[in-house]
Design a protein around this ligand. Structure first.
Ligand SMILES: Cc1cc2nc3c(=O)[nH]c(=O)nc-3n(C[C@H](O)[C@H](O)[C@H](O)COP(=O)(O)OP(=O)(O)OC[C@H]3O[C@@H](n4cnc5c(N)ncnc54)[C@H](O)[C@@H]3O)c2cc1C
Length: 411
């Protein structure tokens, strides 16, 4: 099956053929071992780093390929054809390096970028806390500046963090800043690694920061605010403000990941229904099955169109929220219908469809839930109507994070 992206250039098509070949040989054969806990997920990701495939869009001097955002999307889509867990772990690892560059801190913090991009070190991205999920304005993690030692002292807790329990380099968001933190510093503690419904092999961590001292230069941004007790501390934070440019591109990638998983399940269902004979006919000849395939393909194509639209309007996070909402729901439906088409064998692990279904379910939660995507979308629509703009003419500034939205409600 072709990529979800149309109108690819010759260069992009060649790149796709190259990565298809790489992943077929270097990822496909190991998925079952990762799933069954016989192999660590990073044993397949680390070698990608040696080939510039962890941070594709990073310049070559950092160990990347100097590639485009489209190359990143194509790679994510294709890795997810094999394993969403692998791509989530790979991509989440790059976020500290990405944000160092986004915040213009390459010069003082460049020593962190290459080891992550080359796969020598593992990174992670810490936003979510026990009390702050969809509503990041409830974040408690706080950084206190110690002027005498030119250090920040971080206290707080983070949970549901991809790579969190195995990471070397963390980007930690506090109410008043974003910081690059090393896991080998005093005061960092892994509380737990979660067992998951799907995404087996992925290291999802719950961690604690007990007076972790961070050198001044490791702050990506910092805003001095009072550490007030009680509910008053739930103010609009610098952390939330720093999110805006990051979420749109991230959500477009999550949408491409969802369709990458769906593509695998769809392909299997189409082939299986043509081969499986019941009542003297291939089951594809029964409308109960063939109409399911028709719906699955339609959802897949509609998802593709929305993801392409979001990528073409990547500065406008409103489209990325729509793409994430629809593509992730579509992918869930496709994987569930694919399992139904396979009957009993679909419920076993003889085919990867049951794994696709368990894995892809996460994407309706992670990176912003379905409900929060709807909140972001409707808010954008009403704002647009207020400004009397057309639906396709959504201004960049209408995209707010879920946290901003919920904070607006509180204010
Ligand atoms: C496998 C996995 C990987 C993750 N990776 C990371 C990571 O690397 N880094 C990171 O920082 N976080 C990560 N997360 C956290 C993820 O982003 C959050 O789980 C998600 O944002 C939801 O937050 P929550 O779980 O606290 O649910 P809650 O916010 O408590 O939501 C519970 C339910 O209430 C609904 N809800 C909440 N507010 C509203 C509202 N205003 N209107 C309507 N419904 C609402 C939600 O949609 C949801 O259905 C990950 C989570 C998982 C499970």
């Amino acid at each position: 099956m072709e990529s979800i992206f149309s109108d690819l250039t010759e260069e992009e098509l060649n790149w796709k053929a190259e990565i298809d070949d790489y992943l077929k040989n270097n990822l496909g054969p190991y998925i079952d071992d990762i799933e069954q806990g016989k192999m660590d997920i990073w044993d397949v990701i680390r070698p990608m780093g040696k080939n510039g495939l962890i941070g594709i869009s990073f310049p070559k001097r950092f160990g990347g390929l100097g590639g485009s955002y489209m190359q990143e999307l194509l790679f994510s889509e294709q890795v997810c054809y094999y394993s969403l867990a692998v791509d989530m772990s790979r991509l989440s690892s790059t976020y500290p390096s990405t944000l160092i560059r986004t915040f213009g801190k390459t010069r003082p913090l460049k020593h962190y970028i290459s080891p992550i991009v080359k796969g020598e070190k593992i990174g992670c991205f810490c936003f979510t806390e026990p009390e702050a999920g969809s509503d990041l304005s409830r974040m408690k993690t706080f950084a206190k500046y110690d002027a005498a030692n030119e250090q920040y002292i971080i206290n707080g807790e983070k949970r549901f963090i991809v790579n969190g329990s195995v990471a070397d380099i963390l980007i930690v968001y506090a109410r008043n800043g974003g910081f690059i933190v090393q896991s080998d510093w005093d005061g960092f503690e892994v509380i737990e690694e979660y067992n998951l419904m799907g995404l087996h092999g992925l290291h999802l961590g719950h961690m604690k920061f007990n007076d972790v001292r961070v050198p001044k230069e490791n702050a990506l941004f910092y805003k001095e605010i009072k550490e007030e007790p009680g509910e008053k501390r739930l103010g609009k934070t610098a952390a939330i403000a720093g999110l805006q440019n990051f979420l749109g591109p991230e959500r477009a990638i999550l949408s491409a990941q969802a369709l990458g998983v769906a593509k695998r399940a769809l392909e299997i269902a189409i082939q299986y229904t043509q081969e499986r004979v019941q009542f003297k006919r291939p089951i594809s000849e029964f409308e109960g099955i063939s109409f399911k395939i028709a719906e699955m393909v339609t959802y897949y194509e509609a998802g593709k169109a929305l993801v392409e639209r979001s990528v073409k309007n990547i500065e406008d996070g409103h489209f990325a929220a729509m793409a994430k909402l629809f593509a992730c729901q579509a992918a869930n439906k496709i994987c569930d219908d694919a399992l139904q088409c396979l009957g009993g064998i679909g419920y076993t692990n003889k085919y990867p469809v049951e794994r696709c279904l368990r894995d892809v379910r996460l994407l309706r939660i992670g990176g912003g839930t379905d409900e929060i995507m709807k909140y972001v979308i409707q808010k954008g629509i009403y704002r647009k109507i207020e400004k009397q703009q057309t639906i396709s003419d959504m201004p960049k500034s209408t995209f707010f994070s879920a946290a901003d939205e919920s904070q607006e409600k509180e204010d």
